[in-house]
Ligand binder design. Structure first.
Ligand code: SAM
Ligand code: CA
Length: 248
């Protein structure tokens, strides 16, 4: 992956200009309005601290935007989630949103290949008093999921699973997490509109990493639409989030 600069941004096709912009909304003013009116005033002080800390990190583009954190928090409470999983932690904005939304005996099995990113945000998570809910596993998620599936007691045991890691593995993740989430539980796939590139013409001058992952994201979207094991809902929040409720 490459972090792009302003000049590179200007070379993107219309609608794909603002890779640093945390929303697919066409109007920055409208997005700012949402943040200032509905999100920032309700954002937990620790989430604000973590967001501001993460903004100084060179890979800050990876972070979950605060409006999406608010959505996750609402969903977790609506489904009464207690046992959850997150694939792709980075500095932990979605993880902390989840930890704050869960009851005190709630659990998050959190996986990331990079412990350093997680440890950047960990002091904030600890200060918020929710670190005890987190079981962080360092390493590639796929073998960890395979390990979990081997144990029958893990099958159908998760109320909520947030997938926000390597997009080229999303379908592999889906085929595993579908067994781990309970019937009636929810899986949320992040970045499913992939900076709007899912509708870019084939010859669009996309950044290499956007172009590379786009096909995987589109393949996932098609597979989810055909998967009779889940009900789905595609939301244009953040970079696009697809909610899947397991029905069988
Ligand atoms: N959810 C995070 C947040 O709220 O800020 C953002 C996650 S970031 C978009 C993607 C993360 O996935 C990175 O921290 C990266 O290290 C991790 N990752 C990439 N490949 C992975 C893999 N195969 N298994 C587990 N984690 C992976
Ligand atoms: Ca994401």
């Amino acid at each position: 992956m490459t972090i792009i600069n302003e000049d590179q941004q200007q070379n993107q096709i219309p609608g794909h200009k603002q890779l640093h912009h945390k929303s697919l909304l066409q109007s920055d003013a409208l997005y700012q309005y949402i943040l200032e009116t509905s999100v920032y005033p309700r954002e937990h002080e620790s989430l604000k601290e973590l967001r501001e800390l993460t903004e100084k990190h060179p890979w800050n583009l990876l972070a979950t935007p605060p409006d999406e954190g608010q959505l996750l928090s609402m969903l977790l409470k609506v489904v009464n989630a207690k046992n959850t999983m997150e694939i792709g932690v980075y500095t932990g904005y979605s993880l902390l949103s989840t930890a704050l939304a869960l009851p005190s005996d709630g659990k998050i099995l959190a996986m990331d290949i990079n412990r350093e990113y997680y440890e950047l945000g960990l002091p904030v998570i600890e200060k918020a008093g929710v670190a005890h809910k987190i079981d962080f596993r360092e390493g590639p998620a796929l073998p960890l999921l395979d390990q979990l599936i081997k144990d029958e007691k893990n099958k159908g045991s998760f109320d909520f699973i947030f997938v926000d890691a390597d997009k080229d593995n999303y379908l592999n993740y889906h085929n595993r997490v579908i067994e781990l989430v309970k019937v009636g539980g929810m899986i949320a796939y992040d970045n499913t509109l992939w900076n709007g590139s899912v509708v870019a013409p084939p010859d669009a001058p996309l950044l290499d990493y956007i172009k590379y992952y786009r096909d995987f994201v589109m393949e996932l979207n098609q597979a989810l639409a055909l998967d009779s094991r889940v009900e789905i809902c595609q939301l244009p929040v953040g970079d696009g989030i697809t909610l899947c409720r397991r029905i069988i």
